[in-house]
Design a protein. Structure first.
Length: 218
């Protein structure tokens, strides 16, 4: 479908797409005319879809707005071809950070956030190393953390603590749910919940255990 837009509308749509693709958080609708206008926002969504992207509604730090992410089908196809995936060491480090800063604190009642972007408690390179085997040394962990920060999958918090990064806002609901399942399979492989997840994935024809954070492409 080809939209007939005025020069001004075309400029507004392109500006909105550029903002959505580069933002570190939700872009409020009122910040850009193409997001505030229903018709132009629909054009933005179609343009993103044509590029394998999708328009997501997100809220972070009491700011509601929009951000873009990979369409589920496109993300799965890219991951299957090994395109944009994280190295094994980076996946391991990211999984440990998510466990220490989001999953474990939430299970312990320290916060009720349903977002991956927890603001604390954070973790550190020392704590990451403590949760790994001897093969994952400091000389491997430090550059992995730097790479993950460069991809906005991790960020530096208060007093240098390591926290999840804003690229995690770009996960669709399905991708986020799968990441939660991956963490269950890694940390509680013998649990009843893990058995249920494996059976569901076998029925769906997907791999029983996916590689953590493989689809986390900003």
């Amino acid at each position: 479908m080809t939209e007939i837009l005025s020069d001004r509308e075309e400029t507004l749509v392109k500006a909105a797409i550029a903002a959505l693709e580069t933002a570190d958080g939700p872009v409020p609708a009122e910040a850009l005319p193409a997001l505030a206008d229903d018709a132009l926002r629909a054009v933005v969504a179609r343009r993103l879809k044509s590029a394998g992207r999708t328009l997501l509604v997100r809220e972070y730090h009491a700011v509601s707005g929009y951000i873009s992410g990979y369409d589920d089908t496109v993300a799965e196809a890219l991951a299957a071809d090994g395109i944009g995936t994280l190295p094994e060491i980076d996946r391991a480090v990211l999984a440990i950070v998510l466990l220490r800063t989001v999953a474990i604190p939430r299970a312990g009642g320290k916060h009720r956030s349903t977002s991956w972007l927890s603001d604390g408690p954070g973790t550190s390179i020392t704590e990451i190393h403590t949760n790994t085997d001897d093969d994952l040394t400091y000389t491997l962990i430090r550059p992995a953390v730097r790479r993950l920060k460069a991809r906005r999958l991790l960020r530096t918090g208060h007093l240098g603590q390591i926290l999840p990064g804003p690229a995690l806002l770009r996960l669709t609901d399905a991708q986020s749910a799968r990441l939660w399942e991956d963490l269950v399979l890694v940390t509680l492989p013998d649990s009843l919940l893990a058995d249920v997840i494996r059976r569901q994935r076998e029925q769906q024809g997907t791999a029983p255990v996916s590689r953590p954070a493989e689809e986390l492409q900003p």
